[in-house]
Ligand binder design. Structure first.
Ligand code: UDP
Ligand code: MG
Length: 328
């Protein structure tokens, strides 16, 4: 069996070598062949030159380098496309994903699991972070169709058929946490304690986390649109009742002037609700826009491995194709 280790790297010059040596050491106990697939996500530091040197020294190391920074999702996709292993382990370059877990993951895979998922415990995290994460996952699991698990990230092992299934999902907006959950197959999860980042710094900011959360919410189904519809209907019903009540009041008691505050509250609240709904619709339209453009997920600048077969949606026959016969 061949095991591929897929590693997205963005400005990881400080840890790459250490990562490679450490993983190599931990995998001595695994009696399978190993290959490393490093994806340089348009790093602006020496990551690429370190990777080329690594590939010269170690024939098992392969690399793909992007023309610019396309994001971790694109990097993981490229890694999966280039991986030729019978099982693929995806892990971060910063050694936050303990390599000593890989033998156990491989072992579980050999016991028949297509996905071996690791879940980091929130031990050592700030209280506020833990609580927001809990609340978020409680909420999102009520909305999306797949089960998203708090702490279960990208550090996981996928069998060949699970990888192929993920590669079938060619959507542009990739929320991999959900995509992995979506493909299913027999899966198992185990916990580990997160290590602190060895060197360099995390690229996550609060704003990015918020956007990530919204992506999760919007990239799976149209329930937010449904929710907007229900909210609109509820407001409409309340408005109808209130109108009847107001008209009745005028008929019975004559016209009275007050109501300025009520008016302002209603107008601003409704304007706010409408803005939110337009925003939700806009998000979906924006996603459709990106999907329709059908651009590649990434562009490769340099690689020491065969160019990936760009998996694209089958072209619809008809548009733009001259009728046969005219062509010649
Ligand atoms: N990464 C990437 N492209 C990016 C940002 C990050 O390939 O645009 C890689 C990064 O090199 C690392 C992994 O994704 O291997 C996780 O990144 P980071 O450690 O910054 O995130 P965190 O561990 O805080 O989730
Ligand atoms: Mg990290």
């Amino acid at each position: 069996m061949l095991i591929s280790i897929v590693v997205p790297c963005y400005n990881e010059e400080e840890v790459i070598r250490q990562f490679h040596e450490r993983v190599d050491r931990e995998l001595l106990s695994v009696r399978h062949d190993i290959e490393f697939v490093y994806v340089d996500d348009g790093s602006s530091d020496a990551t690429l030159s370190l990777l080329t040197r690594l590939a010269d020294e170690d024939p098992r190391a392969r690399y793909v380098s992007f023309s610019r920074n396309f994001g971790k999702e694109a990097a993981m996709l490229a890694g999966l496309r280039h991986a030729s292993g019978d099982a693929v382990v995806i892990m971060d370059a910063d050694l936050q994903h303990p390599p000593e877990l890989i033998p156990r993951m491989v072992d579980l895979h050999e016991h028949g699991f297509d996905q071996v998922i690791t879940r980091r415990t929130r031990k050592g995290d700030r209280m506020t972070r833990t609580l927001t994460a809990r609340a978020y996952y409680w909420f999102i699991n009520r909305l999306v169709d797949v089960e998203l698990v708090d702490g279960a990230g990208d550090f996981r092992l996928l069998s060949r058929r699970a990888v192929d299934a993920v590669l079938e999902l060619t959507e542009y907006n990739r929320f991999s946490k959900g995509l992995f959950a979506w493909v299913g197959f027999p899966s198992t999860t185990f916990d580990y304690e997160n290590a602190v980042r060895e060197r360099g710094s995390s690229t996550w900011t609060f704003g990015k986390l918020l956007n990530y959360g919204l992506d999760g919410l919007l990239s799976f189904n149209n329930k937010p649109l449904r929710a907007a519809l229900y909210l609109g209907l509820t407001l409409l019903t309340i408005a109808a009742v209130y109108t009847l009540w107001s008209v009745g009041d005028v008929l019975l008691n004559g016209v009275e002037a007050p109501g300025y505050v009520t008016l302002i509250v209603i107008v601003t609240a409704l304007a706010g609700v409408q803005m939110v709904m337009v925003g939700v619709i806009g998000e979906y339209v924006g996603r459709v826009y990106y999907e329709v453009k059908d651009r590649p997920h990434f562009l490769v600048k340099a690689t020491n491995t065969g160019a990936p077969a760009e998996r694209r949606r089958p072209v619809t026959v008809g548009v733009g194709n001259p009728p046969s016969g005219l062509a010649g």
